[in-house]
Design a protein around this ligand. Structure first.
Ligand code: C2O
Ligand code: CU
Length: 526
């Protein structure tokens, strides 16, 4: 095993990712940031310097469980203090298993400062969401594949119904698609991550099928599909057999599902190296499935089961927590709430506050573990008691926890949205999905305890529930939240903690803010 050293300078830079110039958040001048390749057992040592000048930053290594290094999880106000402008923080952690992962900012709405592309800044979005009346961020202007998209032209103007002119690249443009070059009669592994702020995606390659083999760093029972759904926070590996006519090129398309959106598909070209890369495909791009064909999405998702031999969930759980997802109003502010509590993060990171028993830095009362039995998930919620809060669900170390994520109607009548929930610090087994309200007596028996896939992100479908099981075996404080950035910002998350007393020493550089900073100062003064 090796120690791999990286130096990451985070700064705002000008880029032209969708053919219009924007300020985006980049690393070492690159957007998207550098790819990290490591082997199992390697230690990554990343010195992150904040060169943003006017705001803090952190980076979360999404899908890495940070076993034994909870302070390196990169969540501001949870696992560490935001890194001040000019300062450097060292992320040092072990890559303990193979898989496909990605990294992103986890402070304020910084994740929106670069992935699917809005032409408004993440700051403007943040202010809009926190205002009364709320100003919703709308749909993204562009989708990017490997950091590239086209806003003012279409690669496939001749094929699709668009008013945009045909793109005409001379070469060297920052928004020209990254071509996927392949040789005929081979099998390729494509690693896919959805880093979107809002959108749920469907990816397809014309004339080719895809074999799904990995999800969120775990092998799954291989299955073949024409297209793959990817929700924000999910990663996949698919196998592509280049078994089609090698005298042609083909489109790879990524389009939006689960929300009504007129953002055009992102496109790039699968180029058989028997042809010039500049040859346009003769066939039209794949058609993205209808956004509201939720049945199709459910069918896709239910095909994901674990590969034979993958660890299976404990047969029973020690604890059962229901998390009801509702949209509500607090005064004139629109919020998302879980069991009627809308998450707002404290000033002192939980990890330090719990470890050093600094009372009064967050709500000492744990949030509710269920919601009223008579709650009608099909109606616009009447939530007179929604509050903001920052309490913590605390587990015994190694406790087996079941979480039932329960979806409901939002403030708008007859609407319920998809939410991809992501857990830090663990994988969970996805025990099942169902319609309507989860009824323990009826649904518990139907859960999949033999081929449940291990994941770190799982969706709840409109008006449905999703049942998860995990073992609280990783000492630390962990966020569990909807991976839609504006939803998290509006309170759609909870905090889990376990075994914090077992953590030997949290590096002080992680805790130089809030009440922990004061504590260190007092220690040196006395
Ligand atoms: Cu990629 Cu807390 O998320
Ligand atoms: Cu959400």
């Amino acid at each position: 095993a090796k120690v791999r050293h990286y130096k990451f300078d985070v700064e705002y830079i000008y880029k032209t990712p969708d053919c219009l110039e924007h300020v985006v958040m980049g690393i070492n001048g690159q957007f998207p940031g550098p790819t990290i390749k490591a082997e199992v057992g390697d230690t990554l040592d990343i010195a992150l310097t904040n060169k943003l000048h006017t705001e803090g930053t952190v980076i979360h290594w999404h899908g890495i469980r940070q076993i034994g290094t909870p302070w390196a999880d990169g969540t501001a106000a949870i696992s560490q203090c935001a890194i001040n402008p000019g300062e450097t923080f060292h992320y040092r952690f072990i890559v303990d298993r193979p898989g496909t992962y990605f990294y992103h900012g986890h402070y304020g709405m910084q994740r929106a400062a670069g992935f699917d592309l809005w032409h408004t800044s993440s700051h403007e979005q943040e202010v809009g969401l926190s205002s009364a009346p709320m100003r919703w961020i709308g749909e993204p202007q562009s989708l990017l594949i490997n950091g590239r998209g086209q806003f003012n032209c279409s690669l496939a103007a001749n094929f699709v119904n668009t008013t945009l002119p045909q793109c005409n690249f001379k070469g060297g443009e920052e928004c020209a698609p990254k071509i996927l070059q392949v040789a005929p009669k081979k099998t390729y592994r494509i690693r896919i991550a959805s880093t979107t702020s809002l959108a749920s995606l469907n990816l397809a390659i014309s004339n080719h099928t895809l074999v799904v083999v990995e999800a969120d760093g775990n092998y799954v029972h291989p299955f073949t599909v024409d297209s793959i759904d990817i929700y924000s926070g999910e990663t996949y590996s698919v196998l592509l057999h280049t078994d089609q006519d090698p005298s042609q090129n083909y489109w790879l398309s990524v389009g939006i599902i689960s929300r009504k959106s007129d953002t055009p598909q992102a496109l790039t070209i699968l180029n058989y190296n028997t042809n010039p890369a500049s040859t346009f495909p003769i066939l039209p791009p794949p058609i993205t499935p209808l956004w509201d064909d939720i049945e199709r999405s459910k069918e896709f998702t239910k095909q994901i089961i674990s590969r034979m031999g993958t660890p299976q969930p404990p047969k029973t759980a020690d604890r059962l927590i229901y998390l009801l997802n509702t949209q509500s109003k607090i005064g004139n502010f629109i919020k998302w709430a879980i069991n009627n509590v809308s998450l707002t993060l404290p000033t002192t990171p939980y990890l330090g506050a719990i470890k050093y028993k600094l009372n009064n830095t967050f709500d000492r009362n744990p949030p509710p573990e269920r919601f009223p039995l008579d709650f009608d998930i099909f109606k616009t919620p009447v939530n007179p008691s929604t509050i903001t809060g920052n309490g913590v669900y605390t587990f015994q170390l190694n406790e087996v926890v079941d979480v039932i994520l329960q979806n409901a109607n939002m403030l708008k009548e007859n609407t319920s949205e998809v939410h991809p929930w992501h857990l830090h610090g663990h994988d969970f087994w996805v025990l099942g999905y169902g319609e309507g309200k989860f009824e323990p007596g009826v649904h518990q028996k139907s859960l999949n305890l033999t081929r449940a896939p291990l994941r770190n992100t799982a969706v709840i479908f409109p008006y449905g529930w999703t049942a998860l099981r995990f073992k609280a075996d990783n000492p630390g404080v962990w966020a569990f939240h909807c991976h839609i950035e504006p939803h998290l910002h509006m309170g759609m998350g909870v905090i889990f903690a376990e075994g914090v007393h077992k953590i030997r020493k949290v590096p002080t550089e992680a805790l130089t803010c809030g009440a922990t900073a004061k504590m260190f100062l007092n220690d040196t003064l006395h």
